[in-house]
Design a binder for this molecule. Structure first.
Ligand code: HEC
Length: 108
């Protein structure tokens, strides 16, 4: 139940920011669905490590596990190229799906 509430709040926030910021590309609600395939290795609602680092507050971290800043470009290349135990998603996800995914990651 708790977990559901967290999702519900995220979805609400995402909808809110989409209205406030219509120029932003990507749909966080769709991104959450795409994220299901990442959930085996990443927790979205804590910063605890599973196979990979927890992604809660991802864009607010000082730096990523690979030492880079958590900018949109660096996170996109982590998703594209993987590395250090993460598979590459360059050819697995379409550009639209990646935009959705990043919009979703920003809500964490
Ligand atoms: C097989 C397990 C696995 C899967 C599946 C996986 N990842 Fe990862 N991911 C990792 C590991 C391990 C790292 C740490 C890499 C490192 O140490 O540089 C990582 C790192 C990351 C990071 C950087 C986080 C940080 O704090 O440094 C992001 C963002 C990320 N993954 C997103 C995703 C997304 C989005 C997906 C789904 C499309 C995904 N991952 C699927 C294992 C995985």
């Amino acid at each position: 139940m708790d977990r559901f509430r967290v999702w519900a709040i995220c979805a609400t926030l995402a909808t809110g920011s989409a209205v406030a910021w219509p120029a932003q590309k990507g749909d966080a609600a769709k991104g959450k669905e795409v994220f299901q395939q990442c959930g085996v290795c990443h927790s979205a609602d804590t910063d605890e490590k599973k196979m990979g680092p927890g992604l809660k507050g991802l864009f607010k971290k000082d730096k990523l596990a690979n030492g880079k800043k958590p900018t949109e470009a660096n996170i996109r290349s982590q998703i594209d190229d993987g590395g250090n135990g993460m598979p590459p998603y360059k050819d697995v996800l379409g550009d639209g799906e990646k935009d959705d995914l990043i919009a979703y990651l920003k809500t964490l």
